[in-house]
Design a protein around this ligand. Structure first.
Ligand code: AMP
Length: 283
């Protein structure tokens, strides 16, 4: 695996591939990797000649009171993991090189950034869209691999790619879970054993919601009320939101309709950590 911290060096290496007409798959991450990230690399390997992964804890997607400085980092372990699955390139830019002092451009994807996580994190998706746009310009991949664990992030990036005619295909990859159902996340290390135990309620509630839909319930208010009641059992977690939205526009739905896809999404604070999870529901 070739590791670069400099934009210019990565561009040089990748232009060789492009001259040979080889396709590139790209997996952007913030590091502290787990099986969810590695599954994206595997998806990318199936469809491309070479895979580029990036590790960058992007400061502009964190709010002033969020966990940027204590976000978990372990570059040596991440390198080993990426190498073990056969990643071709790792781009791990230096923050000052990536965002020089005169950096002043931002991308905003208006409506999709506002609901769900956008309520508590109003500047988050602008930071995400901006870093992904910049990374796409550097890597110029054929395909971009994103995990459905961050479903709103996928919709924001899909919309940006469409609106700005970016020449890349966005691939949605399924959520990888721990054996007990908890969605894998770098932030799970923040949890105490008791919080980790309680965190099972997120995926359990989502599964129960999907089961209620399968059993015939179509009324979103009733589905949300039942889910919020279940989540009300938490003793350590504090519910941020449980919502049921249209899976394209991310707007609230009143009734689930046949042929249209809905998303049930949840966010819970455990201390300062905030966990998210979701499930797609077709009725
Ligand atoms: P992050 O490092 O948290 O910014 O995530 C980098 C990429 O990995 C994003 O596209 C995430 O959606 C994806 N990802 C994170 N956790 C999971 C998971 N449990 N399953 C699948 N993809 C994931």
């Amino acid at each position: 695996m070739k590791v670069t911290t400099r934009t210019a060096a990565l561009k040089r290496a990748l232009s060789d591939l492009r001259r040979k007409n080889l396709s590139i798959g790209f997996v952007p991450t913030m590091g502290y990797l787990h099986e969810g990230h590695l599954s994206l690399v595997r998806h990318a390997q199936k469809e491309n000649d070479a895979v580029v992964a990036s590790i960058f804890v992007n400061p502009i997607q964190f709010g002033p009171k969020e966990d940027f400085s204590r976000y978990p980092r372990d570059m040596a372990r991440d390198r080993r993991l990426l190498e073990s699955v056969g990643t071709d390139f790792l781009f791990a830019p230096d923050t000052r090189d990536f965002y020089p002092a005169d950096f002043q451009t931002g991308i905003r994807v208006e409506r999709l950034s506002r609901p769900l996580c956008g309520v508590t994190r109003p500047t988050h998706f602008g930071g995400v869209a901006t870093v992904v746009a910049k990374l796409l310009n550097i890597v110029q991949p054929d395909r971009l691999y994103l995990g459905q664990k961050d479903f709103q992030q996928i919709r924001v990036i899909e919309q940006m790619v469409k609106d700005l005619d970016m020449p890349v295909k966005v691939r949605r990859c399924p959520i990888v879970r721990e054996p007990d159902g908890v969605a894998m996340s770098s932030r799970n290390v923040y949890l105490t054993p008791a919080e980790r135990e309680e965190a099972r309620l997120l995926s359990k509630t989502l599964k129960n919601t999907a089961a209620r839909v399968r059993a015939g319930e179509r009324n979103a208010s009733r589905l949300k009320a039942a889910a919020r009641r279940e989540l009300g059992q938490m003793r350590l977690g504090r519910l941020d939101y449980f919502e049921i939205v249209d899976a394209a526009a991310l707007e609230n739905v009143v009734r689930l309709k046949a042929q249209s896809e809905a998303l049930a999404a949840v966010a819970v604070f455990f201390g300062k950590a905030r966990l998210i999870d979701n499930i797609l529901i077709r009725s």
